[in-house]
Ligand binder design. Structure first.
Ligand code: CDP
Length: 219
């Protein structure tokens, strides 16, 4: 069973994916972390041109292994880490390498809940269930701002909001696997929902799908 949860930055999809995986005894795969880990070695480096940047990014993607997902360096989760992730994410070869890793991890039984941007469209177009989890830019900015504050970071709300808008734009306008809602993804608008509320909303669809699968296996 593959459950794809896509959506824009700070929509809550990661937290929800983790809780859904736990609830249904599935593996959780945070695909964004693969892009963040690819970007980490490039942070603070100087590149003479784009070709050099791309070559380094492809090399970094080739060095990623699944074990790194369990203990990512702190910088991977920062605003800088997110910006660099979205810069390496426009490179088709990087996406191919990271997509292969995702397929490999998720094919192991009993299946997985994967969150990202292109899971339902490109990585697992045949996923049993797809969700598009989103929220207004204001809610997303205040959530991310609170997260950074809890970590003792001093980015202002305005800076966080602007960084989200820029990343949304880079993610949805790139040529390779742009961030877009799959036609068959259930839309979950989370601006006014608690995390528990979002988990409940997804669970309705998941329970129905499980009942369906059970019914068809008994026929
Ligand atoms: O957690 P948040 O929504 O901030 O982002 P993330 O899921 O950690 O993803 C970081 C960046 O990686 C995104 O802005 C995308 O540019 C890229 N990404 C992607 O291109 N495809 C994915 N399946 C997941 C992430």
């Amino acid at each position: 069973m593959i459950i794809a949860i896509d959506g824009p930055e700070a929509s809550g999809k990661g937290t929800v994916a983790k809780l859904i995986a736990k609830k249904y005894n599935l593996r959780h795969l945070d695909s964004g972390l693969l892009y963040r880990l690819t970007g980490v070695p490039l942070i603070g480096q100087k590149f003479n041109n784009n070709a050099e940047f791309e070559a380094q990014a492809i090399k970094a993607a080739g060095q990623i292994n699944a074990a790194q997902l369990d203990s990512p360096p702190e910088i991977a989760r920062t605003m800088q880490g997110g910006v660099m992730a979205s810069k390496v994410a426009v490179i088709p070869q990087v996406r191919d390498i990271l997509t292969a890793i995702q397929k490999n991890i998720a094919k192991q039984k009993p299946g997985a809940v994967i969150d990202g941007r292109d899971i339902g469209t490109v990585v697992f177009p045949n996923a049993e269930l797809k969700f598009w989890v989103t929220a207004s830019i204001e809610s997303r900015a205040s959530r991310r701002f609170a997260e950074y504050q809890a970590k003792g970071r001093s980015d202002s709300l305005a800076a966080v909001s602007q960084a989200i808008a820029e990343r949304d734009h880079r993610d949805s306008s790139r040529a390779a696997s742009p961030m877009v809602r799959a036609q068959d993804a259930h839309l979950i608008e989370t601006s006014k929902l608690s995390i528990e509320g979002v988990v409940e909303a997804l669970s309705v669809f998941i329970d129905a799908k499980l009942a369906d699968l059970k019914g068809s296996s008994q026929n």
